[in-house]
Design a protein around this ligand. Structure first.
Ligand code: 26Y
Length: 823
């Protein structure tokens, strides 16, 4: 059957061209010369998708469902998959063929890729690693399913009005999403609310019934996750909420049409929108419902297909290992207990044993305010049975804890799954620690800090559960796909093979001494910077000089990430140039990108400040275009793909001890940027790899931050002592950047002068020193290029393939299954 349809599965130039033209005509109803960009994108996407279907079906049926192989289940409330078309073309290994096919038809592939609306189903880093690990699992041919939520609206789109952030809904499904298949027949039902009842079953044993007050349906949509140049195509299964009946017939019959529709609408609200907060919780009922909704869908789905394929429920943990991506899916622990005990009739102790053998927990934060907790009242109202189960788990867990800490009431209180200091809360991190066999941080420093502070008492009870898995990034997307020019140069120089084994980039090292290669490296960088400069001009009408140093800070806007430290540096440099116009300076372009949580006022004020500073500096002709400031709106994966490759200097300047890992730092460095960074998160490990000469370190270390705070930190003294810092703050305070509203930035400057939780003031002087060091190196352009080459050459460790291998070795213990599509 399939052979006769070569134009749907073949990878030859002709097959791809024919497939594409077919879709354009029969599916889009248009001719090549009349097709819009969207038509062309959709037709090419369908053409590529055809090539994935057979591989995906095979992977699902032959590997995932097959009884004896272990399947990795990844539970994450967020996935940052990024644009799919280019990525899938790369992973299928048909980039050149597709480029040629498009060229033959007079179509520029890049503009086709640009027509894609990306699924922005995440806030940032945590969703990005979820996506990278699925990619890594597929590339390593390990059967896996990612489960998540098919938000109808992803992370809001950002624009600026008068320098302020404006949020608009992200209608990513508007033109349809060609990379999914709806699986109506695998729909499941989800309960909420109501009460529980104790009843006796046939053999006289007590059993709990949950009588819900609301039931809805979860519909799965499967997204293809192809590995790189292998046949494995794993599944990302995203769930959409729907009403069980489109109409409540009772209300309908009494004439209450709107009442009936209303109920449908409110059940479907559950998967309407991604909450735009990261790192600070918002205790909204709807968010709890989202979490339970997708987790229950996922576990029911696993149990169903396990039982369908003849598995014994007592072996559940042999078939599946379930990784919790932060605490957001932690309700899975009591949910699995409920399924095992209430639905499958497994005894409590045995169920707990299975549960604890099933879950691994990844912790992504060091900020206390990001540790999720839910009011007991609210959780009990939405999930009455789960609240009982949590209490039962807690009772047994605290008995165990008392054996470890007899007479340590204070420790028992901090270990408890329930926070009883005021209003009662369920502590999701504690629940995750109690119910998992593995607890991991995402960079060495963070894991150490978890062990010694955040989860200290858990560590003393369960030292064997703790392990580190330093994050990684997918080299196919973050180097091959986004940096074709560099990829060509690498291939020409060291051959291919590094894409699957990033350590091979090491063989680039000797070329750092080769002048001919150094020149090529510089030429490539220049072209890439030209591309970005052109985009910036088209978008914002700001001219930036591709010969200037591209100094880039892109990530969510947050005080701990310290975008305002960068701004203070820019202002002080501007001041210096204005005061001493005849000295020589390194021309620099400062590029920002990032969204602020809509309710985070300080972050929004920082955005306004950056835009205001940009406005003044970019229009000040007295500085001869020496510095430019650009804030690229709506930072997302697609925009970031232009940004990372063009960077000379990567800004990773969080307060030490606050950034769990960071992954943007890795994307920059592998593309040849040098980093100016604090001793924080994965920066430390990056510096260890690339060498301290090729990394500009500055600032307080985590323990110094802590002891300075304990000894009484007074930020005002830094203002008094450092003249350029004082001048920069005074300029802001005197309304230099906000002439019509002088006090506009007071909340920010006051905070810095009198509070400064994240020690911007304390780190300023050393930051400027590191920046000057960077400028010195920049002035010797060959030396800079050499350091840039060594950054790329030494980043092998940060491939997500390495991370996934470590997860497989230490936690998941699942094997590769080669997929043969001829089977
Ligand atoms: C519960 C809700 C408020 C929430 C939603 C999203 C809380 C946190 C988040 C997202 C967190 C996140 O993206 N964390 C980042 O994870 C990266 C991957 O491990 C780390 O590199 C990064 O340091 C961390 O901030």
């Amino acid at each position: 059957f399939l052979k006769q349809h070569d134009d749907r599965i073949g990878l030859t130039l002709e097959a791809i061209k024919d497939g594409f033209l077919d879709y354009l005509f029969f599916n889009r109803g248009t001719y090549p010369d009349q097709a819009t960009d969207q038509d062309i994108y959709q037709a090419l996407a369908m053409t590529i998708r055809d090539r994935l279907v057979q591989r995906w079906l095979h992977t699902y049926k032959k590997a995932t469902m097959e009884k004896d192989t272990r399947v990795v289940i990844y539970l994450s409330a967020e996935y940052l998959m990024g644009p799919q078309l280019g990525h899938n073309i790369v992973n299928l290994g048909v980039r050149e063929v597709v480029e040629k096919a498009m060229n033959d038809l007079g179509i520029d592939l890049q503009s086709v890729l640009d027509a894609e609306v990306e699924p922005g189903l995440a806030n940032g880093g945590l969703g990005n690693v979820a996506a990278s690990y699925l990619d890594g699992l597929s590339s390593l041919e390990v059967p896996a399913i990612g489960y998540g939520i098919r938000y109808e609206f992803g992370l809001f789109r950002q624009s600026f009005s008068n320098g302020w952030q404006i949020e608009e809904t992200d209608k990513w499904l508007q033109f349809g999403f060609p990379w999914e298949i709806q699986q109506f027949d695998r729909a499941v039902e989800i309960k909420f609310g109501g009460s529980t009842q104790r009843v006796k079953d046939e053999s006289g044993n007590e059993k709990v019934n949950w009588i819900p007050s609301e039931e809805i349906k979860g519909i799965p949509y499967d997204v293809f996750v192809p590995g790189y140049k292998v046949n494995t195509v794993n599944t990302l299964r995203l769930w959409k909420a729907e009403a069980i009946d489109s109409f409540n017939f009772q209300s309908f019959n009494v004439g209450d049409y709107y009442g009936a529709v209303d109920k449908k609408v409110s059940s479907e609200n559950i998967t309407k929108v991604l909450y735009p907060n990261d790192e600070s919780i918002e205790g909204k009922i709807l968010r709890l419902k989202q979490q339970y909704f997708f987790v229950s869908c996922a576990l029911q789905d696993c149990v169903n297909f396990f039982l369908e394929s003849g598995g014994n429920i007592l072996d559940f943990h042999e078939k599946f290992v379930v990784q919790l991506n932060d605490t957001h899916p932690t309700i899975a622990i009591p949910e699995l207990m409920r399924i095992l005990v209430d639905e499958q009739g497994v005894a409590w102790d045995e169920a707990w044993h299975i549960t604890q053998k099933t879950f691994g927990y990844t912790q992504h934060t060091l900020l206390p305010e990001a540790l999720e907790k839910w009011p007991v009242g609210l959780l009990g109202q939405i999930l009455p049975r789960h609240m009982e189960i949590i209490y039962d788990i807690n009772y047994k867990f605290l008995n165990l804890a008392r054996e470890h800490f007899p007479n340590h009431q204070e420790i028992i209180r901090t270990l408890s799954l329930i926070d009883e200091t005021g209003e009662k809360y369920v502590r999701m991190a504690n629940l995750a620690c109690a119910g998992s066999f593995s607890i991991n941080g995402v960079a060495n420093l963070q894991t150490e800090l978890l062990k010694s502070y955040t989860l200290k008492d858990f560590y003393s009870i369960f030292p064997e559960k703790f392990n580190n898995k330093t994050n990684g990034i997918a080299p196919r997307r973050w180097l091959m796909l986004i940096n074709n020019r560099l990829t060509q140069l690498l291939d020409d120089t060291i051959g291919t093979g590094w894409e699957k084994d990033l350590d091979q980039l090491k063989s680039l090292e000797p070329f750092a001494e080769n002048q001919d290669f150094v020149n090529k490296w510089k030429a490539v960088k220049k072209e890439i910077k030209n591309d970005l400069a052109q985009r910036i001009f088209e978008q914002q009408r700001v001219k930036v000089d591709p010969n200037s140093m591209f100094d880039i800070l892109v990530k969510r806007i947050h005080e701990y990430k310290r975008q305002h430290l960068k701004v203070l540096h820019i202002i002080s440099l501007y001041r210096k140039i204005k005061d001493n116009p005849n000295e020589s300076y390194v021309p620099r372009t400062f590029i920002f990108g990032g969204k602020a949580a809509p309710g985070y006022r300080m972050a929004k004020l920082i955005i306004k400040l950056i835009n205001s500073v940009a406005e003044v500096i970019n229009n000040d002709s007295s500085i001869n275009d020496l510095i430019k400031v650009v804030f690229i709106p709506n930072y997302n994966v697609r925009n970031s793909q232009w940004i990372y490759p063009a960077a000379d200097l990567s800004e990773q300047i969080s307060t030490a001890g606050k950034e769990a890992s960071g992954t943007g730092n890795m994307k920059f460095s592998v593309n040849g940027a040098l980093t100016v960074g604090t001793y924080d998160g994965a920066n430390i490990e990056i510096r260890e790899e690339v060498g301290s000469d090729n990394f500009f370190l500055f600032g307080l270390k985590a323990d110094e931050v802590k002891s300075l705070k304990e000894s009484g930190y007074n930020p005002y003294t830094y203002y008094q002592e450092n003249e350029s810092l004082r001048k920069a703050i005074d300029m802001i305070n005197h309304g230099y950047f906000s002439p019509n509203e002088r006090d506009l930035f007071r909340p920010l400057t006051d905070h810095l002068l009198y509070y400064d939780e994240y020690m911007v003031m304390a780190d300023f002087t050393d930051y400027v020193r590191a920046q000057e060091e960077a400028e010195q190196l920049w002035s010797q352009s060959d030396a800079w290029a050499k350091a840039s080459i060594l950054n790329t050459a030494r980043m092998g460790k940060f491939s997500s393939d390495r991370t996934v291998r470590e997860y497989l070795r230490d936690i998941w213990k699942a094997d590769a299954v080669e997929i043969n599509i001829k089977d």
